[in-house]
Design a protein around this ligand. Structure first.
Ligand code: MN
Ligand code: MN
Ligand code: MN
Length: 277
């Protein structure tokens, strides 16, 4: 089964519309797809499930902080009408707007003007994120590439890396569980944490009701997959996998090209496939 449970549309920082994304997934032979836009479920209003054979699982990628570090929690198989979830999404959305204003102020400190307006041009009307600022910095010649924009101004620990205002880990997990969903720690290797730190995070995550971890995120080496599978077993977690697809120009995160999970992992979808019987 071809499963991809982490990807983005242009309603967050992705390049494709929800419809284009589902079309591409269909072309790639995806059987089960979850779209996980940053702090947004708006894409699901634009998708008609009947138009493809793909099983669509509802999803979201929440931003949160743990011990002052940015951490992402994916929520899967959610009741999108749940009122606490909707309130949570709204709260994250205003936090995102405030963050964008702060990023613009920081960038102005470097002498780059009108960054908020400039970044907004790249959003397609969706949520503002750091990649949009990065593209504007390229446009005005402040940097030559998006990667360079992150390295100098927007990436972890840089001036534009503002993350204090997100809801906490406990709250985010409660929103997901309250909506009947499964909380999954996204891309565990992307936080630059030592194994000890990551174990501490997972311990707290599990205590708060977190149930899954992304054993595979984008393209990664088989040894990383094995190491994540071991963590998954150690903490008794369900295994998830996803491309973290944003755009066709990023081949390291290709939609629907996620390798199979190791056989010693219990896939997160075993949960909702069981529910059908
Ligand atoms: Mn993103
Ligand atoms: Mn993420
Ligand atoms: Mn993502």
């Amino acid at each position: 089964m071809n499963v991809d449970l982490h990807c983005h549309t242009n309603l967050s920082d992705g390049a494709l519309s929800p419809e284009q994304l589902v079309d591409l997934a269909a072309q790639r032979g995806v059987d089960m797809l979850a779209i996980t836009d940053h702090d947004s479920i708006a894409c699901y209003a634009q998708i008609t499930p009947s138009t493809s054979n793909i099983k669509i699982i509802t999803g979201i990628e929440f931003s949160t902080t743990w011990r002052n570090r940015g951490v992402h929690i994916v929520g899967l198989n959610l009741d999108l009408a749940d009122s606490a979830l909707l309130q949570g999404v709204n709260r994250q959305s205003s936090a995102r707007t405030q963050r964008a204003q702060k990023i613009a102020e920081k960038l102005q400190g470097f002498g780059f003007e009108n960054c908020l307006e400039g970044a907004e041009k790249y959003t397609d009307g969706g949520q503002l994120g750091r990649p949009h600022f990065a593209r504007y910095l390229v446009e005005i010649g402040a940097v030559t590439t998006v990667q360079q924009a992150f390295k100098r101004y927007l990436g972890a620990g840089k001036a534009g890396d503002i993350k204090q205002q997100w809801a906490g880990l406990e709250e985010v997990i409660a929103w997901i569980r309250g909506a009947g969903g499964v909380a999954v720690l996204a891309h565990p290797t992307k936080y630059n944490m030592t194994r000890t730190k990551l174990s501490e995070l997972l311990e707290e995550f599990v205590a708060l009701g977190g149930e899954g971890v992304e054993v595979i995120s984008g393209s990664q080496s088989p040894s990383v997959t094995q190491s994540m599978a071991a963590l998954c077993q150690q903490f008794g977690l369900l295994a998830s996998c996803g491309s973290d697809f944003h755009s066709p120009e990023q081949p390291w995160a290709a939609l629907g090209k996620v390798p199979a999970l190791p056989s010693n992992c219990q896939p997160v979808w075993s949960r909702w496939l069981e529910q059908k019987h």
